[in-house]
Design a protein around this ligand. Sequence first.
Ligand code: GDP
Length: 164
Amino acid sequence: MLQEQEAHAAEMERTFIAIKPDGVQRGLISEIISRFERKGYKLVAVKIVIPSKDFAQKHYHDLSERPFFNGLCEFLSSGPVLAMVWEGEGVIKYGRKLIGATDPQKSEPGTIRGDLAVVVGRYKHHSTEVMALRQRRMRLNCGSNQRKLVNYTSNAEKWVYGVN
Ligand code: GDP
């Protein structure tokens, strides 16, 4: 039985999800958290931060060649961001489903972006602010102690746990 539990725990997934400044400013934190909770996922870490521009650039380094990169990084560091780690079976893939497609025009009704956003977000001066989230996929062995959490290598995780 114990072995079974351990095996199950070892398969448990976690994913990083952030609510960007527009979502926080629009008062959508509880709405978004409740969608994940109602599905059955567990919020295992949460932190509110205002990332520096430098931090934002590292976080989005994979998009550095894209034309919207600068605006995106400026936007991310323009205000409070809610950084979260969610846990649960299939949360990596299903979390994406809950969020919806990156472009809110293409995201289905019933998803966070489909229901709450209109355009792809970038700059803080846009009057139609956008629901923007960031998901980082990761699978890790979380069957043992809390210390494992701080061994995450991704910047995103360090964010939540306050480790540099
Ligand atoms: P996400 O995981 O759905 O947020 O998508 P990505 O990680 O690919 O992109 C990160 C963020 O970059 C998105 O949330 C948008 O704010 C922004 N972004 C992505 N694609 C575009 C685009 O084609 N145009 C603009 N303006 N912004 C984009």
